[in-house]
Design a protein around this ligand. Structure first.
Ligand code: NOJ
Length: 756
């Protein structure tokens, strides 16, 4: 059996290598026919506008540039009709008829929108995540696209940074698993199939390490921190075969990523063996000028030399590279190399066999926003929700009596999709009111009141309303709105308050210095709490929030993120128990902003504080606990899971031996449910300081009420290894603590000794 598998793998690999050679031969043959201007033209990625513009510049004269062979790819347009028109210009009117690639920010779905990526990761369900990317690819390719600017795999330990919503949170291992799942989902087994598309991993690299969580801010970190915590998800995506990667806006070691040779060539290509192409972020080449690296010609040459192949929007390469060649600042060979990589990507996508293979007028109606896709989104959304609190088992709710449904996000389709939904139509989404009403029919009475504005602050609202009015300010006074909500609450058996952030209060250019629920909504929650009725808070938001008051006063809290197109239905599924929540948070929820950055895999320090006494001269705060409000990996269920002690198959190991660590997990409650069983390992003594623990495995296990299962993890030296001072991945002998549990803060543990 083993032999057959190895042989089959070899044949597949052999064929792949053959196909790769074939592609590079064809690309070289084409390159030989190209003029220098045409080669430089392939490095140019433009947007004609109409998408979601994330910078000041929009490309001009796009049509005539395409005809002149000055455009390698387009982004920001979709639909077979529009893509065909553009492709016609390249294929029929340019000298060499080279097709363009068509990209878009397909981030969490194309038109059927799935939960924001932070929510997706909270499902810890790689099968569902991969399926969501597969559906996104099917829809996007039906709309003429073949290149997704996703997955975003930036590790983020700072919830002030708005783009924490676009990634998988703080953990490198989980981030890597999600990255692989998404790449596989988009690219499938055959990149040239008309329902798969090329992934673009972003933002390379360390973009989530922005100082003070302020968007586009400086990043400065040690190599060990990079290798150990920030780089693994990019590497995982590349190992999974991602065809392209996007350089980030920030600097690394004082050199902007888009012109950083160490990053784009030494690390990415030489160490990691990346064979695809590198695209800049939106005008990030030009922005090196503002970083202080030089004028447009200098930075464009620097980017090319560093290993950047395609210039997004800025056209620095288009307008200055010929001059740089004449002046000997870059060589034709540099341009050839970048151009070849782009041509190869187009060959891989099958565009030279058929430039129109992704353009089929019949497909949108068949493939987009189908009942099946919506069903998948509903399931995914329910699986991504995290039950943060459930006092007195108030949830699941009964479908009877009177429910006061209040809050600015309770009867609101506009904000259900979250950030980065270029092609998503919020009008096609389901509000919480609609979903709950549909779920209860005539069996319960739902009274709705808006209760508050998302924010009463007009300036703040203007900030977050750039892509349309998401945070509207009601004509009624805040007091009138609260009175209406309190009156509804007084008539009800239970209050469901849907509060949080509008869609673009997180995402790009949406850093916040205060990450609490906005004041207008807090005032509403306080008034509701004062009624004495059970208060269930449903959170719609894109980042960890500070929720100390809410945690103390609400009866239950359900973190629903921005759930996507099927928001209201999925929330109703969870609130009424059709689905028992199983999500676990993937980014720590701080108690206060002052604790940030806060993450579970921190170091111990020389003066660790164990939480007892006042802790003078220990590593702590005078005015705040060190503990988060909700730790990484935390999330409740309607049922109760019990963990046995850990059983280790061996307690003393040597060299490359392996062991099995297992627990018996029992569903001791009354509902069927799923639990994310998490494996952490601590390495208490090493040649360098290690984090207190690191996630090394997880399994999502489904159990009927009363059922038990043994959950086992195989552990080898790979899980013990880390990057040492020489940036070599090593493991060092000694004692290790194996931990298995329900969150990073609640685990069973066992020690073992591993010798060389
Ligand atoms: C800027 C963003 O940083 C990036 O994620 C996105 O893909 C591009 N704009 C294109 O829209």
């Amino acid at each position: 059996m083993k032999k057959t598998i190895t042989l089959t793998a070899a044949i597949i690999l052999g064929l792949t290598a053959f196909a790769q050679n074939d592609i590079s031969t064809k690309a070289k043959a084409l390159l030989a026919k190209m003029t220098l201007d045409e080669k430089i033209g392939q490095l140019n990625l433009v947007t004609p506008g109409g998408g979601m513009l994330t910078g000041a510049v929009v490309s001009s004269d796009v049509e005539s540039k395409i005809k002149k062979g000055q455009v390698g790819g387009l982004f920001g347009i979709y639909s077979p009709e529009k893509v065909r028109k553009a492709q016609d210009l390249a294929v029929k009117e340019s000298r060499l008829h080279i097709p363009m690639i068509f990209g878009l920010d397909v981030i969490h779905g194309h038109k059927t929108i799935f939960p924001i990526p932070l929510g997706l990761s909270a499902s810890w369900d790689m099968g569902l995540i991969e399926a969501s990317a597969q559906i996104a690819a099917k829809e996007a390719t039906a709309d003429g696209l073949n290149w997704a600017f996703s997955p975003m795999v930036d590790i983020a330990r700072d919830a002030r940074w708005g783009r924490i919503s676009e990634g998988s949170g703080e953990d490198p291992f989980l981030g890597g698993e999600v990255a692989k799942a998404v790449v596989h989902g988009y690219q499938g087994k055959n990149l040239a199939a008309n329902n798969t598309m090329m992934a673009c991993v972003k933002h390379f690299a360390l973009y989530g390490g922005a100082e003070a969580g302020r968007e586009y801010n400086t990043v400065d970190m040690s190599r060990i921190k990079m290798y150990e915590y920030y780089l693994p998800p990019y590497k995982a995506a590349i190992d999974a075969g991602a065809g392209s990667i996007m350089s980030s806006f920030n600097e690394i070691d004082a050199v902007p990523a888009s012109g950083n040779q160490w990053l784009l060539t030494d690390l990415l290509r030489k160490q990691w063996g990346f064979k695809g192409f590198v695209v800049s972020d939106y005008t990030s080449v030009n922005e090196m000028t503002a970083h202080g690296i030089g004028d447009l010609q200098t930075v464009s040459a620097k980017a090319l030399k560093a290993g950047l192949d395609m210039d997004m929007v800025g056209e620095g390469m288009l307008t200055t590279l010929s001059k740089s060649i004449k002046e000997g600042k870059v060589s034709i060979a540099d341009v050839d190399q970048a151009c070849l990589r782009i041509l190869e990507a187009k060959f891989k996508l099958g565009l030279f066999d058929d430039p129109y293979r992704y353009i089929d007028d019949a497909r949108p109606a068949k493939d987009i926003l189908t009942a099946e896709n919506r069903e998948a989104s509903r399931k995914m959304a329910a699986h991504s929700m995290v039950l943060l609190r459930n006092n007195h088992q108030i949830l699941p709710l009964k479908k009877s009596g009177t429910i006061a449904l209040v809050g600015p996000l309770a009867h609101n389709r506009r904000n259900m999709l979250g950030t980065w939904v270029v092609a998503g139509d919020w009008q096609k989404s389901v509000s919480v009111y609609e979903g709950m009403q549909q779920a209860v029919g005539n069996t319960a009475n739902i009274i709705y009141a808006k209760g508050a504005n998302i924010t009463d602050d007009a300036k703040f609202a203007a900030h977050v309303n750039v892509f349309g009015v998401q945070a509207d300010i009601d004509t009624r006074s805040p007091a009138d709105m609260i009175n209406e909500a309190v009156a509804a609450a007084n008539k009800a058996d239970v209050i469901v308050a849907v509060v949080g952030e509008s869609a673009d209060m997180s995402g790009e250019s949406s850093s916040r210095a205060d990450i609490s629920i906005p004041a207008s909504q807090q005032t509403l929650l306080k008034a509701l709490s004062a009624t004495g009725k059970p208060l269930v808070i449903v959170l719609i938001n894109g980042r960890p929030l500070t929720l100390v008051w809410e945690n103390e006063h609400a009866t239950a809290i359900l973190e629903a993120w921005a759930p996507g197109t099927e928001a209201g239905n999925a929330i109703a599924d969870v609130l009424f128990g059709a689905y028992n929540p199983s999500g676990k948070i993937t980014a720590t929820f701080p108690r206060s902003v002052g604790q940030i950055p806060i993450y579970y895999n921190h170091k111990n320090t020389g003066r660790p504080f164990d939480g007892t006494g006042i802790g003078k001269f220990k590593s702590n705060y005078l005015d705040e606990s060190n503990d988060p409000l909700y730790p990484f990996g935390y999330g409740l269920s309607y049922t109760k899971f019990e963990y046995s002690d850990i059983k280790l198959s061996k307690k003393e190991l040597k060299g490359n031996e392996k062991l099995t660590a297992s627990v018996v997990l029992k569903n001791a409650g009354n509902y069927a449910g799923e639990e994310v069983v998490q494996l952490y390992i601590s390495d208490p003594v090493a040649s360098i300081t290690r984090s207190v623990k690191d996630l090394k495995g997880f399994q999502k296990v489904s159990l009927q009420a009363g059922e038990s299962k043994t959950v086992s993890f195989e552990i080898g030296t790979e899980q013990l290894s880390f990057f040492n001072s020489d940036l070599k991945k090593v493991w060092e002998p000694g004692e290790f603590i194996i931990q298995i549990g329900t969150s990073s803060a609640e685990v069973k543990s066992e020690k073992l000794v591993w010798n060389k």
